[in-house]
Design a protein around this ligand. Structure first.
Ligand code: DGL
Length: 265
């Protein structure tokens, strides 16, 4: 059981940013990643639709013998994590915007949050913001269109830059010192965001905290791998192999890393 892979999924390629952190942390673990690019974006879908899509993916990952599942999607976590944890026996780790660390570290007391509509309108987001940042000025912005720009391989374009400028300028006008990237696609836009902020704002994403949680769960369930040959298989439900390859390049993936790309569905 221990050498079985860790399953990861996202509505698209965004969760590869989480996988990248996990790869660095766990040298002996293999991974199966599902990019549900055919149904992307999840951000505008209902919780019921997202839960149904998540169930199909988790069923697939369990069929592939995954020993632990990471929901590398803030929107799917918000919509479906409780349901998934109830339904399946495997440990399931979710992701949520890093509001707490931003709140603890902010000196100006002004924090920007960029996330999808699904994440922002979820009760969990509102509860977290109230609990951890009640005394802060939280400027929340829905990143309309950004996930599509990433999925369509349009990161370094004027259109993406214009969208980001529209979303981030009001945050800068309110003197934010942290911007929480509340969607796993957004770290792929970090270069563009840093250009707009002139590097004066710290961008926070929670993949290190997710890696820590995964480590704890692997230990708790005695699931740590002892294998010396690891493999990642990336399945996509869409026609986006080129986007995936570009994301792997952007993440500076070593050519020595054993990665297979496949279609699913
Ligand atoms: N990467 C997903 C997230 O973290 C994007 C959601 C979407 O497809 O809208 O929320």
């Amino acid at each position: 059981m221990n050498n079985n892979p860790i399953g990861i999924f996202d509505s698209g390629v965004g969760g590869l940013t989480v996988w990248n952190t996990l790869l660095k942390r766990f040298e002996k673990e293999s991974f199966i990643y599902v990019s549900d690019s055919k149904h992307c974006p999840y951000g505008n879908k209902t919780d019921e639709e997202i839960t149904e899509l998540s169930i199909a993916i988790v069923d697939f990952l369990i069929e592939k013998k995954c020993k632990l599942i990471v929901v590398a999607c803030n929107t799917a976590t918000s919509a479906a994590i409780y349901f998934l944890r109830d339904k399946y026996k495997v440990p399931i780790v979710g992701i949520e915007p890093a509001i707490k660390p931003a709140s603890l570290r902010s000196k100006t007391g002004n924090i920007g949050v960029l996330a999808t509509k699904g994440t922002v309108s979820g009760t969990h987001f509102k509860t977290t913001a109230l609990k951890f940042a009640n005394d802060k000025n939280v400027i929340t912005q829905i990143g309309y269109g950004l996930v599509d720009q990433v999925e369509n391989n349009l990161i370094y374009t004027a259109q993406t830059r214009d969208l980001l400028r529209t979303y981030i300028t009001p945050m800068l006008n309110q003197n934010v010192d942290f911007i929480v990237l509340g969607c796993t696609h957004y770290p792929l836009l970090s270069d563009e965001i840093n250009e707009i902020t002139e590097g004066k704002v710290i961008l926070l994403e929670p993949s290190e905290a997710i890696a820590k949680q995964v480590e704890n769960k692997l230990k708790e369930y005695n699931l740590e791998s002892e294998s010396n040959s690891r493999l990642t298989t990336i399945y996509t439900t869409g026609d986006n192999l080129l986007t995936i390859k570009n994301v792997l390049n952007q993440l500076k993936m070593s050519t020595k890393e054993n990665i297979k790309l496949k279609r699913w569905l």
